[in-house]
Design a protein around this ligand. Sequence first.
Ligand SMILES: *[C@@H]1O[C@H](CO)[C@@H](O)[C@H](O)[C@H]1NC(C)=O
Ligand SMILES: *[C@@H]1O[C@H](CO)[C@@H](O)[C@H](O)[C@H]1NC(C)=O
Ligand SMILES: *[C@@H]1O[C@H](CO)[C@@H](O)[C@H](O)[C@H]1NC(C)=O
Ligand SMILES: *[C@@H]1O[C@H](CO)[C@@H](O)[C@H](O)[C@H]1NC(C)=O
Length: 216
Amino acid sequence: MDKLGEALIVLSVSMLTNAAPPVWPSAFSVDFQEQSHLSFVTLFINNGSWYYNFDNKQARFDHLRGQKDWFCMNQHLSDHDKQAPCNMLFSNDTNLYIHYPEAKTCCRLCGQENYCTVMEPNWLKNATFIGDEMFYGSKCHGWQTPGFTFMDTWYVTDDNVPCQYHEKSNHLGTIHNITFNQKSFNLGPPNPDIFNVPSYCHKECPNPFKGQKKSL
Ligand SMILES: *[C@@H]1O[C@H](CO)[C@@H](O)[C@H](O)[C@H]1NC(C)=O
Ligand SMILES: *[C@@H]1O[C@H](CO)[C@@H](O)[C@H](O)[C@H]1NC(C)=O
Ligand SMILES: *[C@@H]1O[C@H](CO)[C@@H](O)[C@H](O)[C@H]1NC(C)=O
Ligand SMILES: *[C@@H]1O[C@H](CO)[C@@H](O)[C@H](O)[C@H]1NC(C)=O
């Protein structure tokens, strides 16, 4: 085969693999539905929202009623109603807080010292393209990267609108899905008040996070 033929094949292979992994916009917000399964057992289903502003080093993940988020459930912040709405607030005071807005209870889960920092827009830098899938009628490209205990996959449209975040535990076999409502996607900084730390967020969590991996 001549050089031009080789060049064309290399070019078409790189087009098939969809070039470079996606980079998150530096600021956005989006609503989602979240589900967790262990084999055919559904562990929980709930709605929620993400707010992200990397320019100000802020993020907030709201898990709405029905949530069984591991970090939320184990802090004794709402023992009479553990599945009440719970927010994870990455404040730019460099702490990550767990907050139950209905009970008005809150604690500090971890901070910079445990890598509890806002996800970087290029966290998929080393990800591998795994193919396309349809979500709510849109073709989305899947990019996969191994995490600390999970295999993480991010699906995104051609326009960089998030379709799904998917994590599969290597040990437990649990699957956790966050499927985004693409129509709710908003590019640009969320209302700054979203990231205010409530005054009652002053105590340490009884079960702080001591790990190495940023968790969604
Ligand atoms: C999530 O929101 C949708 C639309 O607002 C609603 O129909 C659905 O019941 C909600 N699901 C849960 C688990 O709360
Ligand atoms: C923290 O966020 C506020 C806005 O909420 C912003 O004015 C400030 O510059 C941010 N600080 C850092 C270190 O990014
Ligand atoms: C990507 O891989 C390189 C080399 O293995 C590593 O140094 C870097 O930390 C990785 N980056 C991310 C964002 O995972
Ligand atoms: C995510 O959850 C949905 C709903 O249970 C399921 O149908 C789908 O297979 C899951 N997605 C992936 C990529 O496993």
